[in-house]
Structure formats: C-alpha cells, structure tokens
Ligand binder design. Structure first.
Ligand code: DON
Length: 326
C-alpha cells in the first residue's frame, strides 16, 4: 500500500471485521425470496423489482416482447433510482428498507409506469441538496386553520453573486424584474412600458402569486409556485384543476401545465403535457407551440371540506420537495 501511494494502513486491515446481517426477504407470486442485504443493493433492488412486476401478467405479454421489456425496464429504472437515493453501508446510512421492499410501495411505483411510454431518467430524481437555488414557494396551515402562502424570490440562484462583507447574506438580483429598456417591447418578451421602469424608491414588478382560496369564510386551499412569469399561469391551472375539474390536490398539482405570456407569442407545453393530436390541432389554429421542460413547482394544501383534514401535495417536478404534517 505504502509503496503504491495507497491510503489503507495495517491498522485498517486489522480492524476489518466480517459482519453477519439479516437477509432481505420478499415474495414473488407465492415464492419466498431471500437475498443479500446492504451493503449490497442486490437484495433490496431485486425484491423491489419483483414486487413491482408481480402486478403484471408478464407471461401473457410474451417473453422479451416490447411490453415485457418495457415493463421490466421501468421496474429496473425505479429500483435503481432508489438504489442511488438511499442505499449504502448500513453502518453509515439508514435506508427505508421496509418501505422499499413493501408491496404497497411497489403498487405506488406501478401507478407511475405508463404502458405506452418510457419514463425519462433524470439526475434530479435524486435529491441534490435541501434548498432550491431559485425562488421558493411553500404553503402552511396550522392546527387552528390559519393559512400562510409564501413565495420568496432571489430572482436567480445566488442573486447577483455578492455577499455583503461581514453580514453573511447575499444580495439578490431582483432588479431584473424591472422592464429593461424604456420603449423597447419586442417579440422576444422584452417589455418597455412605463409602468414597470426602474425609478428611485420603486419596487419591481414580480409575478409571485402566493394565493389562499376560501369559501363562505372557510379555508379551501393554499397555492403558489416559483417560475418567473409562468408562476401566474401555474397557480391559475392548479386552481382551475380543483374548482372546474374537481381534481384532488395531488392531481391538481401534478397535472401537466401550459403557459402563454403574450410575448413571445408562444404556447409552452410541458414535456408530454398534451397529446400530439391536441398540439397539432392548436398549431392548425395558429398557435406556435413549444413542447418541453417543466413548469413551476406548486406545493399546495387543500382542506378536506368534510373532515377538515389538511391534504398536502408536494409537486413531483421538484426533487427536494416534501409535504409533512405535525
Ligand atoms: O418575482 C418574480 O416574478 C421573479 N423574481 C421570480 C423568479 C423565479 O421564480 C425564478 N425561479 N424559478
């Protein structure tokens, strides 16, 4: 080791102990599965995949048929996300193994598998830090029913990149929300109207839309989102989804969204947000449609009108989002 410039010492070798650990146990179509626990990811991933696949008629799909390969690959994809997310040496990290190897979790994952479409694997599926680098929205309802909807913006990540010496906080670059150039309104989306030109003592025009919905004086929902100008349209759709389409809060937050902001004269639709036939019909009507990306992260709360229970929905577009009750 020393000769090769390695890090391991004789003491490290002397201290290494074999550890006996309880195996991972699961079941598959009535068979018992017993396999290796962490620090191998094998047993957990295997049982997770088998649990997912138990819900499909694989034999009926045909061995190595398109449906079979798709279904198995989607199970693999999901088990490997969890592998990246949770698994490591159990002497150092605590993984939710009970949950990962449970039938109920597999049922949840099955609901995320589309029969006709490959899911897209993206690194942001694994949490990369606790805080978004941009605008943040959160919704809160307390035990007595008081509600707070908070959107705060630092415009872009790390603001303008300057820390006040000795004070320890960053300056934002919210000045970017003023209209850029007087008189310059163009098709790229630059607005030059007087109402939002920078002036001494003036506050810039934000699009933040923290919103509380109530009926007959009673709280119905708390809604909001980051996303610059898309914020307004995101909040609009989360409200329409609930009030016009009777969606529950999770569905309302998750449903695909679209955005139009006058200029640029483009209808932006989230990736896989609308059927191709709808996009084609809109284009035939004269819309310039751009499909791609994700719009906002609308962490919201809905009050169950019968029980008063608070239902929290963390937007799945945000890898580090969460809903919690205390
Ligand atoms: O207040 C506004 O409208 C903008 N400063 C928001 C920027 C924003 O949401 C960027 N993060 N996603």
């Amino acid at each position: 080791m020393r000769r090769g410039g390695g890090l391991i010492t004789a003491m490290d070798l002397a201290q290494y102990q074999a550890r006996e650990r309880a195996p991972i146990r699961g079941s598959y179509r009535g068979y018992e599965i017993v396999s290796m626990p962490p620090p191998s990811s094998g047993g957990v991933a295997l049982v997770e995949m088998l649990n997912i696949l138990e819900g499909y008629d694989l034999a009926g799909a045909g061995h190595n048929s398109v449906t079979y390969v798709h279904t198995v690959a989607e199970a693999m994809r999901r088990a490997f996300v969890d592998r990246a997310r949770y698994l490591g040496d159990p002497d150092f990290v605590e993984a939710p193994i009970e949950r990962l190897t449970s039938k109920s979790y597999a049922a949840e994952l099955r609901r995320t598998i589309r029969p006709d479409r490959a899911t897209v694997s993206v690194p942001t599926q694994v949490t990369q830090g606790l805080e978004s680098s941009e605008t943040t929205h959160y919704s809160v309802v307390d035990a007595s029913g008081m509600a707070v909807s908070v959107t705060y913006t630092l415009e872009f990540g790390y603001g303008l990149g300057a820390v006040v010496p000795g004070a320890g906080f960053l300056l934002n670059n919210e000045m970017g929300d003023f209209n850029g150039l007087s008189g310059v309104t163009d098709t790229t989306g630059l607005i030059g109207t007087p109402a939002n030109l920078a002036r001494p003592g003036k506050r810039m025009l934000s699009s933040m839309t923290p919103t509380i919905i109530a009926k007959d004086g009673k709280l119905v929902a708390v809604v909001g989102s980051p996303g610059g100008r898309t914020i307004i349209n995101t909040v609009l759709q989360v409200i329409l989804n609930q009030l016009d389409f009777n969606m529950g809060i999770e569905e309302a937050v998750t449903a695909p969204r679209f955005h139009h902001q006058w200029l640029p004269d483009v209808l932006s639709v989230e990736q896989d947000g609308l059927p191709l036939s709808t996009v084609a019909a809109l284009e035939a009507m004269g819309y310039r449609v751009r499909v791609g990306g994700r719009q906002g992260t609308a962490h919201s709360i809905r009050i169950d009108s019968r029980t008063g229970a608070r239902q929290g929905a963390a937007d799945p577009r945000d890898a580090d989002a969460g809903a919690a009750g205390y």
